[in-house]
Structure formats: C-alpha cells, structure tokens
Write a protein that binds this ligand. Structure first.
Ligand code: 4NP
Length: 175
C-alpha cells in the first residue's frame, strides 16, 4: 500500500511541492501533469502545485525539450515552466514536499517522520516506494517512463485531495 499525504496546515487548502535535481525534466513534468489533473478535478482554486530543483544550473530556463515534447505529445502544455532552485522559504509554502529520487530526498535533509518531506514514489499506486529515474543523460524511453510514473501517481494524489480538503482533515498545527 502506498503512503498517505499529511493533513493540510490550513483547512480547505492544500499545496504540493515537487523537487528533482535540475528542475527541467522530472519535477516540472510532475508539476504540469498534477496541475492539469487538479484543474480537471475542479480543485485548482484550493490546491497549489509548484516545483524546483536542488541544483541551480537551469534557473530561469524552460523545460528540457525532450521532457516538453513528451508532455506535448500527451496533450499537456509545458510552455509556462521556468527553472527554480530549492530554498527553505519556497518549501515552507507547501503541505508536502515530494522528492523524485533518493538523492533529492537526502539533499532535502531526508524523509520527515510527519510525512511533510517524502519520496514522490511513496504515493505511486503501482510501485510504492520507487524512485523516478533521472532521464537527463538517457534516451526518449526515460522521458516516457517518467511520464507514466508521474501520471499514475498524480491520479492517486488527486484521488486523495477531496478527503484532505474536508475541514476535519486539518491538524491545525500551524494555526
Ligand atoms: P531533472 O534532470 O532533475 O529531472 O530536472 C536533470 C536535469 C539537469 C541535470 C541533471 C538532471 N544537470 O545536471 O544539468
């Protein structure tokens, strides 16, 4: 069974942060897919999604053209993304920060016991606990695999959101 998302800190709202290394392949793919699915579910006014990279090489740049092409072919719009580097002020906006692989998670200080920082793949309904492999130095197959993992995991996240948005879902730990 896959892990649960932590409760929101503000009742009725939820924010999901996505982190990879360069913020031009995996976390922007997850950002575009999850944002699209949140909008389709009618939750865009209550759910925020954002992404960044632990490295700063691609700050301000659009998505890797291979990641963008994979998203476009699947019907998503990758054009609005610009690279951003992780910092703690960014992370503080989110109820949960999801790292794409174990190295990204280690760079964030490791998994938090309260679940507010964890591996994206912990929510993967098919391969719970899996890492999203870095496609940057590989071929087109890698980008397809990333999209597949991201789509099914985003579906699982969107399925969980209505329950988290109920007023009783909040711990009020930031109130
Ligand atoms: P991402 O892929 O972490 O999925 O965005 C990478 C992008 C760029 C680099 C590494 C990984 N890089 O070394 O520039």
């Amino acid at each position: 069974m896959s892990a649960a998302l932590p409760p929101p800190r503000t009742p009725g709202r939820y924010a999901v942060g996505l982190v990879c290394l360069g913020n031009i392949c995996r976390s922007p793919t997850a950002d575009v897919v999850l944002s699209g699915k949140v909008a389709e579910a009618g939750l865009a006014d209550r759910v925020e999604v954002g992404s960044c990279g632990t490295g700063g090489w691609h700050v301000g740049e659009p998505m890797d053209p291979r990641a963008a092409a994979t998203l476009s072919a699947a019907g998503y719009d990758p054009t609005r993304h610009r690279g951003r580097q992780y910092d703690e002020a960014w992370a503080a906006r989110f109820d949960v920060v999801l790292a794409m692989d174990a190295a990204n998670l280690a760079d964030l200080g490791g998994r938090r016991a309260d679940g507010r920082v964890m591996l994206f793949g912990e929510l993967d309904p098919v391969a719970p606990g899996s890492e999203v492999p870095d496609p940057y130095y590989g071929g087109a197959d890698g980008f397809e695999e990333v999209l597949e993992m991201v789509e099914r995991t985003s579906d699982a996240i969107v399925d969980a959101l209505p329950g988290l948005l109920e007023p009783t879902a909040s711990t009020g730990d930031d109130a």
